[in-house]
Ligand binder design. Structure first.
Ligand code: SF4
Length: 361
């Protein structure tokens, strides 16, 4: 295999990284990480230009009651727990009205797997959101929720997706991917859909014209090889369907999670791992244009550095974030575009508002 700098030069000249090469980059431990970041930044500039995009969005998590018990999750509660909640339709309507007043173009709705939910619950929620704000893009549910709704209603996942689409679903969340390796999933989220099912549901969504995001949740028990095989699965799907709008690395927030408390996972990714996650994603995923950095996971200062290491999108304003907060992250509720602009102009780039599907609003 050629050396690291040859690989970077070749990639900038159009070479498609092999898995072996991606692994070499991902396991770099010295100053060369900055050379990798620099190459990723060049590729970002060539592919996406100077703009750093963001979306004006609001999260609405309908309930934190969940039948699953993923080890990395600090958000879930059992029904009856003192701090469990399940929003009524009226509360949801009120939140949508607030979202509209804030001028959002996207409502993002994912929730726990409530024991009483059926497929109709999911379509009902999407319909309610869509009726209350027909001009707002509904980015909702993930493959786990699609599988859960389908199972509870005795229908196929494809039918579930069709019903969600008919109810007003704009795009599907590519979360619940975590690490697409079943041995890892058995440790961190044994109750979740397996890799094959996640991939199948994503492809079904794409085949119906429902775009999705793509994610990875890293920094817990996975190895660099697991990360590379995850990226390969995503790259192969994109080659086949072209249905991913963006790739979002999600760094494990460990503080208030069972996995960390039980000593089963490391205390999140290191700075080196975070930086390389963005850079190698940019270099390896030649067919996914948008790499989003999550300021919710990293804070705005590291997010700025990730924008210099391959990322071109800074995600959403949020207005209400509960998932990372539940795991112990701080300051996750809202990021003012003025603050995004300060970080972006500080590195000579330009903040540009976008829609969920990366169009001009
Ligand atoms: S990650 Fe989702 S499915 Fe897993 S326990 Fe948390 S809320 Fe439930």
């Amino acid at each position: 295999m050629p050396g690291l700098h040859h690989i970077l030069d070749d990639t900038l000249a159009g070479h498609i990284l092999s898995e072996e090469e991606a692994l070499l980059l991902l396991t770099t431990k010295d100053q060369a990480i900055f050379d990798i970041a620099k190459a990723a930044d060049k590729l970002r500039a060539a592919r996406c230009g100077n703009a750093v995009t963001y979306v004006r969005n609001q999260n609405i998590n309908i309930t934190n009651c969940c039948i699953n018990a993923c080890g990395f999750c600090g958000f879930r509660r059992d029904p009856g727990d003192a701090d469990s909640y399940f929003h009524t339709d009226e509360v949801i309507r009120q939140k949508v009205r607030e979202a509209r007043e804030r001028g959002v173009t996207e409502i993002c709705a994912v929730s726990g797997l409530h024991p009483d939910f059926t497929g109709d619950s999911y379509t009902g929620i999407i319909r309610l959101l869509h009726e209350e704000a027909p001009e707002v893009h509904i980015h909702a549910a993930n493959p786990m929720e699609v599988a859960y709704g389908a199972k509870k209603s005795g229908i196929t996942t494809r039918k579930m997706l069709e019903r969600m689409q008919a109810a007003g679903l704009g795009s599907l969340c590519g979360t619940a991917a975590e690490i697409l390796s079943d041995p890892v999933r058995r440790v961190i989220c044994p109750g979740k859909v397996d890799t094959e099912t996640w991939v199948r549901i994503i492809k079904e969504a794409h085949s119906l014209g429902i775009a999705t995001t793509a994610t990875i949740m890293y920094g817990h028990v996975e190895t660099p090889a697991d990360i590379v095989s995850h990226l390969k699965i995503l790259r192969d799907i994109q080659e086949e369907t072209g249905g991913f709008t963006e790739f979002v690395p999600l760094s494990f927030i460990h503080y208030d999670t069972p996995l960390y408390r039980q000593g089963a996972a490391r205390a999140g990714a290191t700075g080196r791992e975070d930086l390389l996650m963005y850079a190698v994603s940019r270099l390896y995923l030649h067919n996914i244009d948008n790499i989003q950095v999550s300021w919710v996971k990293h804070g705005i200062k590291f997010a700025q550095l990730a924008l210099l290491a391959g990322a071109n999108d800074i995600g959403g304003t949020m207005f209400e974030e509960s998932i990372s907060k539940g795991a112990g992250a701080r300051n996750t509720d809202y990021l003012d575009p003025a603050e995004m602009d300060r970080m972006v102009t500080d590195i000579g780039r330009r903040l540009v508002r976008r829609t969920t599907l990366y169009k001009a609003p």
